[in-house]
Design a protein around this ligand. Structure first.
Ligand SMILES: NC(=O)C1=CN([C@@H]2O[C@H](COP(=O)(O)OP(=O)(O)OC[C@H]3O[C@@H](n4cnc5c(N)ncnc54)[C@H](OP(=O)(O)O)[C@@H]3O)[C@@H](O)[C@H]2O)C=CC1
Ligand SMILES: O=C([O-])CC(=O)C(=O)O
Length: 435
């Protein structure tokens, strides 16, 4: 469609939208970066599919307090059937991101929009969840997305109500969480963040795609994921993941360094358990150039002590250097985690993810979210890897992280619908970022 036609089409909408716009301006500032001859802050239409543009949204039927805001250039209606190059594109998918104005998101959103995560033929809609305090920042994020001219990014909307933002989400990347402040007990953090994830679980249950895949990043991510899935009984528990891929990547890097190889030679690395300092980076089953790590790195003391602790505490060391927690490498690891679910796992290899333990083959307690080795056919689903060795060392370490997760679970019983919370956490329970 020619730009002039497009503007004509847009301008036809303005008169009926002006009252809606003035209502909305009380809490949001909106604009389009395209020069338009008329006031151009009206929301026209957001959703574009690869087949046809959708009808404009009737503005006066929208509750201004609730409807997430489509953004600037992404509000334009255009006709993809006229775009030759989009003919082979897949159906658009909706990706909801919470904490979208935060540091991790600031790296992640641009990777998602570039096509490097879901592929060069996969158009996406980004649905960004923030809060009243971050709304202006979210607008800034949306402006940068506009200015990046990503061809695959067909829609951006921002909002502060999870029930609106998660509507029809195919993926929900739950990053937003309150950071632990000075003097705050871990039990307090579990409760505050648990409430966020209970609410978001309910919202996903109510409005997201029935097969939405959920990646929980906000800490403490395993227990937050458990809370989230317990509050979303209509979504398969198997669809919920807690991000431990950053830990896997950190472990691969350390093994590569020690062996003097590039890190692409390191495979089959499992992180077992909690995304905390009790996590178990598994060197027993890991391989370097296809050979068991223990045959390449013969220094068992280094593997059991130095390597393990380095991976467990990497986040904290980084915070000391940077003055803030890992954001870029976390975003990269979220990309890796998603890619591992949407592309077939290379033969013989696996990846780590914090997943629901129902029916696991390792004897780990049921009904918690525990990082384990997974394989995928590339259809968004996964299966647990069965052919792993668990020796006494590994078993005792796995027990410790399992004990910690069971204690965390008891702490949030009031949020999982399992009665009264009893919070008695092991003394050394810490996030990777705490030291
Ligand atoms: N699993 C993993 O491997 C890793 C996890 N993390 C975790 O990811 C999370 C986000 O990190 P990062 O992006 O660097 O943090 P930022 O502080 O940059 O952003 C976090 C976002 O969370 C939201 N937030 C803050 N407080 C609250 C609250 N009380 N209720 C709801 N949302 C809140 C804020 O958004 P708004 O104002 O819109 O509410 C903020 O934009 C943290 O929990 C961190 O510990 C970090 C690294 C690795
Ligand atoms: O504790 C944090 O926020 C940081 C963190 O999870 C990590 O670096 O692994």
């Amino acid at each position: 469609m020619a730009v002039a036609d497009l503007h004509t089409k847009i301008n036809l909408q303005y008169s009926s939208q002006l009252s809606y716009v003035s209502n909305r301006l009380s809490y949001s500032r909106r604009f389009s970066l395209r020069p338009l001859p008329q006031p151009h802050n009206s929301r026209i239409c957001c959703s574009v599919t690869s087949k046809e543009a959708q009808a404009p949204v009737a503005a006066n039927t929208v509750d201004p307090k609730k409807k997430p805001d489509c953004y600037g250039v992404f509000c334009l209606t255009y006709d993809l059937t006229a775009e030759e190059e989009t003919k082979s594109w897949k159906k658009m998918i909706n990706i909801a991101v919470s904490g979208a104005a935060g540091m991790i998101s600031n790296h992640l959103l641009f990777k998602l929009a570039s096509g490097e995560v879901f592929g060069p033929d996969q158009p996406i809609a980004l649905k960004l969840l923030g809060s009243e305090r971050s709304f202006e920042a979210l607008e800034g994020v949306a402006m940068e997305l506009e200015d990046s001219l990503f061809p695959l990014l067909r829609e951006v909307s921002i909002g502060i109500d999870a029930y609106e933002v998660f509507q029809d989400a195919d993926w929900a990347l739950l990053i937003g969480a309150k950071p632990r402040g000075p003097g705050m007990e871990r039990a307090g953090l579990l409760d505050i963040n648990g409430q966020i994830f209970a609410e978001q679980g309910k919202a996903l249950n109510a409005v997201a795609s029935r097969n939405v895949k959920v990646v929980v990043v906000g800490n403490p991510c395993n227990t937050n994921a458990l809370i989230c899935l317990k509050n979303a009984p209509n979504i398969p528990a198997k669809n919920f993941h807690a991000l431990t891929r950053l830990d896997e990547n950190r472990a691969k890097c350390q093994l590569a360094l020690k062996a003097g190889v590039f890190y692409d030679q390191v495979s089959n690395v499992t992180i077992w358990g909690n995304h905390s300092t009790t996590q178990v980076p598994d060197f027993l089953n890991a391989k370097i150039n296809g050979i068991p790590v223990k045959e390449v790195i013969k220094d068992t003391k280094w593997l059991e002590e130095e390597f393990t602790e380095k991976v467990q505490k990497r986040g904290g060391v980084l915070i000391k250097k940077w003055g803030r927690s890992s954001a870029a490498s976390t975003a990269v690891s979220i990309v890796d985690a998603i890619r591992s679910l949407v592309t077939p796992t290379p033969k013989g290899d696996w990846f780590s993810s914090g997943v629901y333990t129902a029916g696991n083959p390792y004897g780990i307690a049921e009904d918690i979210v525990f990082s384990m080795p997974c394989r995928s056919k590339g259809d968004g689903d996964y299966e647990l890897v069965k052919d792993v060795i668990i020796d006494d060392y590994l078993r005792s370490r796995i027990k410790k992280t399992e004990t910690e997760l069971l204690a965390e679970k008891r702490c949030v019983a009031h949020l999982t619908g399992e009665g009264i919370a009893v919070c008695d956490l092991p003394g050394d329970t810490m996030l990777p970022g705490e030291m």
